[in-house]
Every structure is written in C-alpha cells, then in structure tokens.
Design a protein around this ligand. Structure first.
Ligand code: ARG
Length: 447
C-alpha cells in the first residue's frame, strides 16, 4: 500500500484511514483536471523564484499535461491506498520524475490546493450553468413571443382572478432567470479569486509570487489575506450553492405550474404523448412525471445551502477536516442542475398550449376588472363602477367583453421581452468567461 504524503515512520490504522478518507477518492476525481492546472501554474511560479530549474519545470509540465489527458479520457484514477487527488498527482509525478516530482509541493499545502481546485472547478461549472440557464431563457422568450396573443386565466389564491396570457406566463420565468443570473454572476466573481499561496492558511516563508499564479490561471484577483483565503472554504461553496438554488427555485415553481396546468381540470397545456409516462394499472394515464421530477430535484437542490451551513457553521478560523464533507453535498449539485436545465429547455419547447381556454364561460368573471376599468375610464367613480359590475355578476347579467387592452410595460399587450433579453445578455456578457478559458488553455500549452 502506498504511503501517505504525511506518513513518516509509523503506519496508519486502516479503520481510521477508511473513515477519514471517506468518499474523497471518488469525489476528488471531479477536481483532478483543476488540481493539475493549479500544479502547472504553481511550478511555473516556483521556477520564477528559483525553486525549480527550467528542465525540472519543463518535465513537470510535460507530465502534468500527460496526466491531464488521462482526466479527459476518463483514465485517471485514484489508486487503492492513496488518500486524495493531490496525493495521486504527486505520486504519479514522483514515479515518473523522481526527486523533481517531490519538489512540486514546496510553498503549498493540500489546504490551499483543495481551495484552488474547488475554485477552478466552480468557475468551470458555473460557466456551463450560466450557459444552460441562458439557453432555457432563450427558449422561454421564444415561447412567450410565439404565444403572446393567447389568453389564459390568471389566479390569486388559486381562484380565477384576471386575464393573463401565455406570453406573460413563459416570459415571467424568463425574467426570473435574469435575477438568478445576477446571483450566478456574484458567485462567479466570488470564486474567481486565487487562494493559492495561502498554504496551510498562514502563508509561506518562500517568496511566493502570488500575482503570477493569479495571472497564469486567469483569476480576476487573489484572496489576499491568507487567513481569509482559508476562511473562504465553505463560505464560497455555500454562496455558490445559493446561486444554484436560485435557478432551482425558478425551475421548481415553473414545474409545479406545468403539472397543474397540464391536469385535465385545467387543460391549459399538454405534453406530446411521447413526453409523458403511463400507469401500470390505469390504461388512460399520460402523466407529466418529467415536471414532477424536475420539481423534486430542484427542491432538493435548494436544501444544499442549508446542508453546507450546518456542516461549517460555528467552525472557528483555520482548516478543519469537517470541510471535506461539504464536497459530498456540493460537487454533485452542478450535474444535477445542468440536467434539470437541459430537460427544462427540452420540454418547454414541446409544451402545446390550448388556444381556446377562454371559450369556457366559467372564466367569464375574470373580465370583471376590465369592465370596471372601462366604466371608470368613461368617468364613473371607480368604487361605483366596481359595485355596479359586482351586482351584475351576482344577478347573472354580466357579459364578458373578451377584447382586452393592456398596454403598459410588462403587461399582456406589451411584454417588453426585448428589454428582458437585453438585460440577460448584458449580465451574461459581463462575466467575461473568455479570460479564464484562455488562461487554462495557455497552461495546457494548447494555444
Ligand atoms: N481531503 C481534504 C479536504 O477536502 C484535503 C485537505 C487535507 N488537509 C488536511 N490538513 N488534512 O479538505
């Protein structure tokens, strides 16, 4: 069995080892590409301060890039007896390069290494989440524009309230995603600061050039204070999880609306038969399981910030192994949300809307406010108009005029979808993903 990085004369109790390593050997695989990128930047910096020769640095880069391709092909693994991704990469370098491999850990600790891996991982995953969110946004805006003239009932207290439209319904979820995108942007900015060089949490006596690694990895700036850099573990994940929860909240609400509107009692939307699932006993069933699962998954995603808070709450400053457990709840969240986003975009496109909902007279009373407003515009005081229409409804003499005229910004007749799209695009563009992507390519020697 391979020795631990920190093992000296004695050996570790296997029960303790199993418990402390936990799920790291599996979860750290997600961090592997980023661990390698960090090592390329770190070794470049070590050369600049005279801790590595040119030849040593070049051989390290060659090996690290080789290991990176293993992570791409799925052939990278953390061997039996090796604790984590950091140990595995160092072991592979040392097997290949001997003493040169053993030099790479100068001036760093696994504490800042895992902080860095997480930040680079989050940065990459957030780029995809933002992209997928924008895709869903575009689908919703398209759908809203296409069905802008089709009316549907709007509800308060789940009681028929006022006329609404499919333009408003789809567009509302699009605009909700613009606010969610703002949180994603804040999360991206927060994780786009370099913690490398904070070492175990208190810096190093080597004259590390932290500005250099910051630039090499395309970070916006660094977490300057080394104690704060370590305090960012847990805080960063929690805040990112809040940003993911924002998107998940929008999806869960939309999914619930869709389940409701798809029910026969509403009949506002329909899914094509191949997008529904059947029942083992009731031959007529065409169930909207896709929306139910979206709802459940997205509701569960919203619990993650709380999970993280409970793990890290009340820890004093400095590293603790508690922080390792956050990876278990946090790392899989990205894949889950990305799956939900792409399924939501897929299914939104396929929703069929009922263009004749309002032919049913049960919805007639929702035009009462239109009539009150019409009378008020003609000069009747609003309260008198309200009373007259109310009495007509009770007497059964109210006749709904379904020609409606809503013109103000954001209303049925003036959705402002172009303004909403401009807002979304400007938040998306301001994140400037290209900077990080270019820096990572350069580290891999791919430009
Ligand atoms: N697996 C550890 C984690 O995720 C890596 C850092 C280990 N550091 C330590 N001091 N034991 O936190």
């Amino acid at each position: 069995m391979a020795k631990k990085l920190w093992e000296k004369a004695g050996t570790v109790n296997p029960e303790i080892e199993k418990f402390t390593v936990g799920k790291d050997r599996e979860l750290d695989l997600m961090l592997a590409p980023y661990d390698i990128l960090g090592s390329i930047a770190h070794s470049t910096m070590l050369r600049s301060i005279g801790m590595l020769t040119n030849e040593e640095t070049e051989s390290l880069h060659r090996e690290l890039r080789e290991i990176y391709t293993l992570t791409e092909s799925g052939d990278f693994c953390i061997e039996e007896g090796v604790e984590d991704v950091h140990s595995q990469v160092e072991l592979m370098l040392t097997r290949k390069l001997g003493d040169t491999g053993k030099k790479i850990h100068s001036g760093r600790s696994r504490n800042d290494q895992v902080l860095l891996d997480l930040k680079l991982f989050i940065r990459h995953e957030l780029q995809q989440v933002c992209h997928d969110t924008k895709e869903l946004f575009d689908r919703l805006i398209e759908k809203s524009n296409r069905h802008r003239n089709i009316l549907m009932p709007g509800y308060t207290h789940l009681q028929v309230a006022m006329p609404s439209s499919f333009g408003l319904w789809f567009g509302a979820y699009a605009e909700s995603l613009t606010d969610d995108m703002l949180f994603l942007k804040a999360a991206y900015c927060m994780c786009n600061r370099n913690p490398l060089g904070s070492a175990a949490g208190y810096g190093s006596s080597f004259p590390l050039d932290r500005s250099m690694t910051t630039n090499l990895m395309g970070f916006d700036s660094m977490n300057y204070n080394v104690v704060y850099a370590q305090m960012g573990r847990g805080k960063c994940e929690r805040n990112v999880a809040y940003a993911l929860a924002g998107v998940a909240g929008t999806l869960a609400k939309m999914a619930f609306d869709a389940c409701l509107f798809n029910s026969q009692n509403f009949g506002f939307i329909k899914l094509p038969a191949e997008c529904t699932t059947g029942s083992s006993i009731m031959p007529h069933k065409k169930n909207p399981d896709v929306f139910e699962l979206l709802r459940a998954k997205c509701n569960r995603l919203q619990a993650i910030p709380t999970d993280i808070t409970l793990i890290m709450n009340n820890l004093p400053s400095g590293y603790f192994r508690d922080l390792q457990i956050i990876k278990e709840v946090f790392l899989p969240a990205f894949e889950e949300l990305k799956n939900c986003l792409s399924m939501a975009a897929y299914i939104i496109e396929r929703i069929e809307v009922n263009e004749h909902i309002l032919d049913d007279s049960r919805y007639d009373p929702m035009f009462s406010v239109e009539e009150v407003n019409r009378l008020a515009a003609e000069g009747l005081p609003f309260r008198d108009a309200y009373k007259k229409v109310g009495l007509d409804i009770e007497a059964g003499t109210f006749i709904a005029d379904k020609e409606i005229h809503h013109t103000h910004e954001g209303s049925i007749g003036n959705l402002c979808n172009d303004s909403i799209s401009t807002l979304m695009q400007s938040i998306y563009d301001s994140m400037n993903f290209e900077k990080a992507i270019t820096a990572e390519k350069a580290l891999l020697g791919r430009i």
